[in-house]
Design a protein around this ligand. Structure first.
Ligand code: DP6
Length: 352
């Protein structure tokens, strides 16, 4: 999927190009945990994109003959700590977007969600950057082939952050090769909305912000721990088995099996970190307390509610919208007190 680009057109020279794009964050049900090759996953994963948690990016590009200079502003302030990641990304994307060989690139991003929330921002930010950069390419070269645009943008986002390739589509997205889905592949995310029962079309994600600090271990380091992990092969098999179970639950509108996969994946992710070398415990005591309360509530009230976690202590509560009336009061009364600063973010799936 390389774009040919032989020379800068008259249009690009002396004219600043400005573009903007927005992308949602996503939360995985079957987790991507472990990499191979160029940021490809060792197992397939499935996630859904959020609605309110988004990154908005504005990029301006001015052509000159000098090698590429990069400026990055986050929420209006220069953020040099993100520059090495961006430099790596633009280096990898030169192959797709030759304008990145030279000129001045100014990237400005803002998140719609608080920094403290523990929502992964690398997925939404890399996805919005990939979208914006492709827009610049189209303005420089209006005859750019856009036939596979959405796959190409997802592929470029992946090179910034693996899970970002699941943030360039809306709703339920699968990334990683599995025999169960013909179009699936390791390079980019594909929409699987058509395989999903309506029960999962308005799924809610209420995020319990148990701790609002930075993560103790970055995902990138976490993925590396899988390289020599004693349970590596078992994990790859488990993820593939869970993809199969999840696709069946999606087809049947079966919340019980959906919840089983969801919780097994979340707890396995933490178990893998606890059995890595070095080992990490990323849950907080309140995370475990919340899990117990959620299970007890489900047992007593017979409502479809489940949970997942990312590589951190915060809990994502997942349930169909029509149960909000009974679930939200439970969250307020029994789970809110477990959250640092009583912070909960009520979000939901984004659909087209
Ligand atoms: C636990 O995509 O953040 O959230 O590819 O190194 O940027 P990099 O990692 P990242 O990993 C996400 C891991 C996860 C599970 C998931 O989203 O599938």
């Amino acid at each position: 999927m390389t774009l040919s680009f032989s020379d800068m057109t008259e249009y690009a020279i002396n004219k600043e190009i400005t573009v903007s794009a927005s992308a949602p964050s996503n939360i995985a049900i079957v987790k991507y945990w472990g990499k191979k090759g160029t940021q490809e996953p060792v197992n397939p994963s499935i996630s859904f994109t959020l609605s309110k948690a988004r990154t908005n990016t504005n990029i301006s590009y001015l052509y000159n003959k000098e090698s590429l200079s990069l400026h990055f502003l986050f929420e209006g302030k220069s953020k040099s700590s993100f520059l090495p990641k961006l430099e790596q990304l633009t280096e990898k994307l030169k192959h797709y977007l030759p304008f990145l060989n030279s000129g001045q690139l100014k990237i400005e991003s803002t998140n719609s969600f608080p920094h403290s929330s523990g929502i992964a921002s690398s997925a939404s930010s890399m996805a919005s950057i990939a979208k914006s950069l492709f827009e610049i390419q189209k303005q420089i070269k209006p005859d750019t082939n856009t036939e596979n645009e959405s796959f190409l943008i997802s592929e470029m986002a992946r090179l910034g952050s693996g899970s970002a390739c699941r943030s360039t589509n809306q709703g339920w997205v699968m990334w990683g090769k599995t025999q169960l889905k013909k179009e699936s592949n390791d390079r980019y995310g594909i929409s699987i909305n058509e395989d999903v029962h309506p029960l999962f079309n308005d799924i809610q994600d209420s995020i319990l912000v148990i701790r609002n600090g930075a993560k103790a271990v970055s995902s990138t380091v976490g993925h590396q721990l899988m390289n020599n992990h004693p349970y590596r092969e078992g994990r790859i098999k488990q993820a593939n088995d869970n993809i199969k179970k999840l696709l069946t639950a999606f087809k049947d509108g079966d919340f019980i099996n959906f919840a089983q996969v969801c919780e097994e994946e979340a707890l396995s992710l933490h178990a893998l970190m606890m059995s890595s070398s070095p080992a990490y415990t990323l849950m907080a005591p309140e995370s475990l307390r919340a899990i117990k309360r959620i299970k007890k509530f489900r047992e007593h009230q017979h409502v479809p509610i489940t949970f997942t976690l990312d590589a951190g202590p915060n809990i994502h509560l997942i349930y169909p919208k029509k149960y909000s009336k009974i679930i939200v009061p439970f969250i307020k009364e029994h789970l809110e007190p477990l959250c640092e600063n009583k912070e909960i973010i009520f979000d939901h799936i984004s659909v087209k």
